[in-house]
Ligand binder design. Structure first.
Ligand code: IMP
Ligand code: MG
Length: 197
């Protein structure tokens, strides 16, 4: 299937260092654990932790929400649990892409119950409302513009699904590359591409 690159590796690298600086500025001092959601966020997590210049530990949580389909199954399954407790630690949950928000909501409930000192969410990509109906919309920014604070709050007026840091508004369509897959392929592409049917 043809691939069309929509966000280049260089654009991603620039945005990742900005997010790293935002994380440093906004997360409270104290022990920090960065939790990457496997498998989609493994590349982003690897780059992001190198852009956060303070002591931290890295852990991973394996989940499956799509199976091998390109449409959300509505079922979240934990395939690998964290390696260490997060009680009393600041936790930064790193997701590849938020679509319906179902996976994220599930993970936030799971992690909150373990008593972290704080819980923040970072997503490389967030899809707009018209594809899912459960998240707030955007005032039509260009596809690869980093979202501002106001836009993030607007996505979630009741603050039940907080996205503290977002890389880019997800382009329309199913995206692959930079860790994201379609049927387990394309995770190794350096940029983010649309998979054209
Ligand atoms: P949600 O539960 O609907 O928010 O789906 C989130 C998960 O589905 C993400 O963590 C991804 O693993 C996967 N996903 C959603 N949209 C895409 C996409 O466009 N490309 C690749 N994976 C996706
Ligand atoms: Mg994922």
């Amino acid at each position: 299937m043809p691939l069309r690159e929509v966000i280049s590796a260089a654009e991603i690298a620039r945005r990742v260092s900005e997010i790293g600086a935002e994380v440093e500025a906004r997360l409270p001092p104290g022990p920090l654990t960065v939790v990457g959601v496997l498998r989609g966020a493994f590349v982003f997590t690897a780059d992001l932790v190198r852009a956060i210049h303070r002591d931290l530990t890295v852990d991973f949580l394996g989940v499956r929400s799509y199976g091998d389909a390109t449409v959300s199954s509505g079922v979240v399954e934990i395939t690998t649990d964290l390696g260490a407790p997060i009680a009393g630690r600041h936790v930064l949950l790193v997701e590849d892409i938020v679509d319906t928000g179902l996976t994220l909501r599930y993970l936030l409930d799971l992690l909150k119950a373990r008593g972290p000192a704080s819980l923040h969410v970072c997503a490389l990509l967030a899809k707009p409302i018209n594809q899912s109906g459960t998240l707030g919309g955007f005032p039509n920014p260009p596809a690869t513009t980093p979202l501002g604070e106001a836009q993030l709050r607007q996505r979630d007026p009741d603050a039940s699904l907080p996205l503290d840091f977002v890389g880019f508004k997800a382009p329309d369509g199913f995206v692959v590359g930079y860790g994201l897959d379609a049927r387990q392929l394309y995770r190794n592409l350096p940029g983010i591409c649309i998979l054209e049917e």
